[in-house]
Design a protein around this ligand. Sequence first.
Ligand SMILES: [Zn+2]
Length: 117
Amino acid sequence: MSEDVKRMADLLKSGATMLSDVCPVCGTPLFKVKGEVFCAKCNKPVVYQKAMSPEATLSPGYLLESVEMTIVGKISEANEVLKVEKDPEKLSLYSNLVFGWLSMLEKLRGLKDSFKE
Ligand SMILES: [Zn+2]
């Protein structure tokens, strides 16, 4: 068994998880050890930025996820406003917005489920 394979096995045994990313230096799969990204072959922590590959940004699942986060954020913002707002006109406006966002969320989740298959 070569040194790096042995190290990988040790890493896994110690509870490290193998990442889908590879070391930018040697191309070996990277491991996550206690919040740190580690390359078994280089035998050192790797400072790496998770590159947004074109597929990642274009993947429908990723996109929906991102839209969903935005909507959830908006709903939570509107909820804060609704809590303190007294003006019936504004309340109605915000309620409509929230209602619209909620139905968007519903559709989004339906779409996401259809991508999972
Ligand atoms: Zn490496």
